[in-house]
Ligand binder design. Structure first.
Ligand code: FAD
Ligand code: EPU
Length: 338
């Protein structure tokens, strides 16, 4: 196990930003993870997965620990399904494909999300009508200070829209080492997200299957979201804001085309992409970065952007949306370093 200093993270973040880690090391086992945590002493720690939900500033102080623990195991099987454990360093989409190949149902709507298994609970990843919490059984994590392993069950993770306990009260305190999923033998198809049904029809699919849903989701995603290998980005830069119903109705009077999705608690989720597009930002380019031409929620690096430029663009969008709609957009992307 080697510890590098002044290590370039450019190829390890999907924005493709030129960032340098003060120290960098890969952990391929639990023992290596513990050794590295012991070595780092009082230095800062940044745990890196696939780098697809981070805005890496020029310098990342302390130790950047690339969690590359690998493996997929069947923990249990019964009449209904399986408990499948995947280690943190497994690539998310490859894991989803593995499950579809084996007939393990539940992850198909979450196809083609970049990143690794270990980060999937952090923001309770979600897409096309399914969230991680719907298929989650438990996870194992290493406490950064005590070096003790702990199991978190679903109710202990405080999952909600794009958040969990690992983004709030326990932020930075644990390294997730594996995640166990409850997957089904008899699939429950989630096609209510409008675009999926349309895509399945367009594909001429007669018999629904987990593979057909996965393929439909992949086609929709490819038509909307830029491929990070071609155009640097980190998916949705902001979360979709959830606002009070009274606020929503006031806005709706002024902007009748504003979409809104009522939440169980009476509040309304509005698409940040709509707010950003209507405020005139879609397709706008400022120097080396800009707002994607097909999806206003995605900020892109045209090649030579710095994190400071992207942050300045995002700040300008936040101010503009606040002044026009009285809504404060919250970043989904994690800002790391200085
Ligand atoms: P990283 O970016 O490496 O890390 C993200 C955060 O998690 C950091 O704070 C990091 O320190 C922490 N972290 C990472 N691994 C661990 C670990 N093992 N233990 C503790 N902390 C850890 N997200 C969605 O929810 N839905 C989508 O549909 C979606 N679409 C996307 C499309 C594109 C094109 C892109 C680029 C991103 C998209 N994302 C989406 C965001 C991203 O893919 C997810 O958030 C993903 O889970 C991030 O995984 P990662 O391994 O890349 O995490
Ligand atoms: N819209 C616009 N302009 C645009 C794009 C969208 O006005 O340029 C409006 C439309 O009204 C559209 C609505 O926004 O109906 C929703 O758009 P879309 O279906 O593309 O979804 P989103 O809200 O932009 C969310 C997630 C994505 C996830 C998709 C599909 C968040 C922050 N983003 O995007 O997740 O893949 O739904 O479920 O919740 C991510 O988190 O990185 C991510 C990509």
């Amino acid at each position: 196990m080697e510890i590098f200093s002044e290590y370039s993270l450019k190829s390890l973040n999907t924005f493709g930003l030129p960032s340098t880690a003060e120290f960098f090391a890969r952990a391929t086992s639990l023992d290596e993870l513990k050794e590295l945590l012991f070595w780092k002493k009082n230095k800062n720690l940044f745990v890196l997965g696939g780098g697809s939900n981070v805005l890496l500033m020029n310098k990342v102080p302390g130790l950047t620990l690339h969690n590359v623990l690998k493996g997929i195991e069947i923990i249990q099987e019964d009449a209904e399904g399986w408990l499948i454990k995947a280690y943190a360093g497994e690539n998310w989409h490859q894991f989803v494909m593995h499950c579809i190949d084996k007939g393990y149902a539940g992850l198909e709507n979450l196809s083609l999300i970049p990143g690794n298994v270990g980060a999937s609970p952090i923001q309770n990843i979600g897409a096309y009508g399914v969230e991680l919490k719907d298929v989650f059984h438990s996870l194992e994590a290493l406490h950064v200070k005590s070096l003790e392993s702990r199991v978190f069950l679903a109710h202990e993770c405080e999952f909600d829209y794009r958040t969990s306990i690992f983004k709030t009260r326990e932020k930075g305190n644990y390294i997730i080492t594996s995640v166990t999923f409850r997957l089904l033998k008899h699939p429950v198809f989630h096609t209510s997200y409008g675009a999926i049904e349309q895509e399945i029809q367009a594909m001429g699919i007669q018999t629904l299957s987990i593979r057909a849903i996965s393929e439909a989701v992949i086609r929709i995603r490819q038509s909307k979201l830029p491929n990070p290998t071609q155009l640097g980005n980190a998916g949705s830069f902001f979360k979709n804001p959830i606002i009070a119903a009274t606020h929503f109705h006031l806005l709706k009077e002024k902007y009748p085309s504003l979409p809104g999705y009522p939440q169980p608690d009476g509040q309304v989720k509005v698409p940040a992409a709509w707010l950003i597009e209507q405020a005139g930002w879609k397709g706008k380019r400022l120097g080396n970065c800009g707002v994607h031409t097909h999806q206003a929620l995605v900020l892109v690096n045209y090649g030579n952007a710095t994190a400071h430029e992207i942050r300045a663009l995002s700040d300008a969008i936040v101010h503009d949306v606040l002044s026009k709609y009285n809504i404060t957009l919250e970043r989904e992307v994690n800002v790391v370093g200085e």
